[in-house]
Design a protein around this ligand. Structure first.
Ligand code: CP
Ligand code: NVA
Length: 330
């Protein structure tokens, strides 16, 4: 696998072999990290971390991974740069490309990260856009493989807003790597038909299936992984909460739903999760709509928390693999 100089904007751009290669590299980095074996071969390099939306995992994963590889990082916060306000994306990309060896970007439309990639002249990594969250999928696949020992033939069911970054990206990852993927949601929350068609072509090759299902009880039948995400994503208006709670409550991951999934099924979540009222927004919505949780019950979240936090840890190992591979780690 030679990914030197490549961008990492969406898994659509990568072959199954390249994705597996990144997972294998992440496993190797995880082993080295656990055994305290230094792997700072990219010493002297500098990377920029641009976050136009907030982050805990992705920011920390890029930061720690970069430092482990010997690199320095510069963080540009949602309010701390000129991007898009006083300076165009193109000019910003051309400036940063002169100073940095790689650029991570989290923001709104996919077109923004594509534009940075077009003009920067150095590898650009998508740290989440409205459409895709490709580094998250690598961590999810690494975690599924660690847990089950394989990927092909497993069934992943995504419950909730399946037309956004996580639903889209899981569908791409599953169809490329041979996992069955079910988007389980009201029909208006299904991924765009054009993306479904593209992914069906991948799943034909990998031997898996894509299903769009509105009935949560049918959707979880035979599932190995029941996956969900927040019902309102970053950047969406607060006014949308009421509608989302109304539309998506039937798709909340409850213990009853988990009991109807396949034998040995696990629950996964990219985090952050609204599984209780211990957050500002959770408490506000709890009081406003008289609820105790949202996309997943606290009981389910706690029962499967080991794998959910493995998934969070694996963000760091997989992001390290992406940076190392695209920057030419030797
Ligand atoms: N899963 C994820 O991307 O988390 P953050 O928003 O905290 O980076
Ligand atoms: N769909 C969520 C994912 C967070 C990791 C969001 O975009 O806010």
């Amino acid at each position: 696998m030679n990914l030197k100089g490549r961008n990492f904007l969406t898994l659509l751009d990568f072959t199954p072999e390249e994705i597996i290669g990144l997972l294998d590299l992440a496993v190797e980095f995880k082993r080295m990290k656990k055994e305290h074996i230094p792997h700072n071969h990219l010493i002297g390099r500098n990377i920029a971390l641009i976050f136009e939306k907030t982050s805990t995992r992705t920011r920390c994963a890029f930061d720690v991974a970069a430092h482990d590889l010997g690199m320095q990082t510069t963080y540009l916060s949602p309010s701390g740069s000129q991007i898009g306000k006083k300076e165009s994306i193109e000019d910003t990309a051309r400036v940063l490309g002169r100073m940095f060896d790689g650029i991570e970007y989290r923001g709104h439309g996919q077109k923004l990260v594509e534009s940075i990639a077009e003009h920067a002249g150095v590898p650009v990594w998508n740290g989440l856009t409205n459409e895709y969250h490709p580094t998250q999928i690598l961590a999810d696949m690494m975690t599924i493989r660690e847990h089950f020992g394989d990927l092909k033939g497993r069934k992943l069911v995504y419950m909730g807003d399946a037309r956004y970054n996580m639903g889209n990206s899981l569908m791409i990852g599953c169809s490329k790597l041979g996992l069955d993927f079910t988007a389980c949601a009201p029909a208006q929350y299904f991924p765009k038909q054009s993306l479904v068609e593209r992914c069906k072509a991948f799943s034909d090759t990998s031997g898996s299936h894509i299903t769009l299902e509105t009935d949560p009880l049918k959707g979880v039948e035979g599932a190995d992984i029941v996956y969900t995400d927040v019902w309102v994503s970053m950047g969406e208006p607060e006014s949308i909460w009421e509608e989302r709670i109304g539309d998506l409550t039937p798709y909340k991951v409850t213990m009853d739903l988990m009991n109807r999934a396949g034998d040995g099924a696990v629950f996964m979540h990219c985090l952050p999760a609204f599984h209780d009222l211990e957050t500002k927004i959770g408490a506000e919505m709890g009081a406003k709509f008289n609820i105790n949780d949202m996309e997943v019950t606290d009981e389910v979240f706690r029962k499967y928390s080991d794998i959910v936090f493995d998934e969070a840890e694996n963000r760091m190992h997989t992001i390290k693999a992406v940076m190392a591979a695209t920057l030419g780690y030797e």
